[in-house]
Design a protein around this ligand. Structure first.
Ligand SMILES: N[C@@H](CCC(=O)N[C@@H](CS)C(=O)NCC(=O)O)C(=O)O
Ligand SMILES: [Fe+2]
Length: 406
């Protein structure tokens, strides 16, 4: 186990603090009624902060952004404080480390919760803006703060906000991969987070310079990237960052999409395209298609009819290019032109239909047009079960991937 920092003392509001560099030793300042503070834990390899919150009477606890290499430390802290972990929560699908949430669910009995828009299909609760999680008499509230990734969330507990990689101390999360958007980040920080009371303590998802916390007031006044900046100035700053890719991104993102549970043989197959002889680039599982879309490598093209999207549901960000259209389910005369337009950015195409049949025909046609097109297996709804109901046998929704209804 690497060296861990545990912070458990000091007056966060006044900005004075005690950082204790040690393996697991820390004092119990958190345990008195007057200091309702999170326990802040640090993973040196990824500079990630993990937070442990608990209800003093019931000893029910919630952990935010746990790191797999630190699971023994975290279980030891839970044991030392006499806590029962009821929630393991993610701020987003991390690109730089692997979560231990899935293991904590197995080993400590926690339930898992993650932002709906992050595609973490294994999380038991898919959080939406404003949702709350209870632990004992305490409540954590989710705020959708997209930008670092499209699904990213921050969490408010009492007068604390856990900002993940949305707002960092004197900085903010990068927006150059995984569905990031500098414009969305600008609005999340200035309109959602900066609308919190100024004395709210900011607990970031990372700090690369040893700082532990800040406040909304301090960041509003002095955050180097965003304080007093127009959206255009902020976009220019973000565009000029030119950061190297996180070292572990290719390993971390797919693992985090299943709560950090390493893929078994079946899981590994799920995350690889399957070659096909049928005249298109290959078949992909819904989770792999979503991973490609999140990584900015592929465009999702929804080849169902307008009516199906309207009545059954749709994938946010998917491009609608119907293969056939009502009335009469005739071939859509605009298909060729529309799918070429969808591929104009040079990305591969992943084609989604109801159950993975129409998308094969559409992928074949796209391939004839010279495009790199994959068929998404099982489609949006999967196959019908014995009762002719769809949604139980595979499919986009069954995998817990993001979708919406008007
Ligand atoms: N060097 C780190 C990656 C650091 C990084 O890119 N961190 C992300 C958060 S996952 C970020 O948003 N950083 C913002 C910044 O460095 O300004 C690694 O290889 O893992
Ligand atoms: Fe991140």
């Amino acid at each position: 186990m690497g060296q861990a920092w545990v912070w458990a003392g000091g007056d966060a509001v006044a900005g004075a603090m005690t950082v204790v560099h040690c393996k697991i030793r820390h004092h119990r300042a958190n345990d008195t009624a007057s200091t309702m503070k999170p326990i802040q834990l640090f993973d040196p390899a990824s500079s990630t902060y993990t937070y442990l919150l608990f209800d003093q009477a019931s000893r029910e606890a919630l952990i935010i952004d746990p790191v797999d290499e630190q699971i023994e430390r975290d279980l030891a802290v839970l044991h030392e404080y006499g806590l029962r972990l009821v929630w393991a929560v993610e701020t987003h699908a991390h690109a730089d480390h692997i979560t231990s949430a899935g293991q904590l669910a197995e080993l400590a009995g926690a339930r898992t919760a993650a932002p709906l828009g992050c595609g973490i299909g294994t999380a038991g609760v898919q959080l939406q803006h404003g949702d709350t999680l209870r632990f004992g008499a305490e409540t954590l509230q989710a705020l959708h703060t997209p930008g670092h990734t499209a699904g990213s969330m921050s969490f408010v507990w009492r007068d604390h906000v856990f900002t993940g990689d949305t707002l960092l101390i004197q900085g903010c999360g990068r927006t150059d991969f995984q569905s990031g958007s500098a414009s969305a980040l600008y609005h999340s920080i200035t309109r959602v987070l900066f609308a919190l009371p100024e004395q709210t303590t900011v607990w970031p998802g990372h700090d690369y310079q040893g700082r532990s916390h800040s406040s909304i007031g301090q960041e509003k006044a002095g955050n180097a990237r965003i304080a007093g900046k127009s959206e255009a100035e902020f976009l220019a700053t973000m565009a000029a960052l030119d950061l190297p890719r996180p070292r572990r991104i290719d390993e971390a993102v797919p693992a985090n999409l299943s709560s950090g549970l390493r893929h078994d043989a079946d899981g590994a197959l799920l995350m690889q395209p399957r070659p096909t002889q049928a005249g298109y680039a290959g078949d992909v599982s819904p989770p792999l298609a979503w991973r490609w879309v999140q990584a900015g490598e592929a465009v999702l093209v929804d080849v169902r009819t307008d009516a199906e999207r309207e009545w059954v549901g749709f994938v946010p960000g998917g491009v609608p290019v119907a293969w056939k259209q009502w009335p009469g389910m005739a071939l859509n005369p605009q298909f060729d032109q529309a799918i070429q337009q969808a591929a104009a950015g040079g990305k591969k195409l992943v084609l989604l239909c109801r159950s993975g049949v129409r998308s094969i025909a559409a992928a074949q046609r796209a391939t004839q047009l010279g495009l790199e097109a994959f068929n998404i297996l099982e489609g949006f709804e999967g196959d019908p079960n014995a009762q002719a109901q769809r949604g139980q046998l595979g499919g986009w929704r069954h995998h817990g991937l993001p979708w919406r209804q008007h």
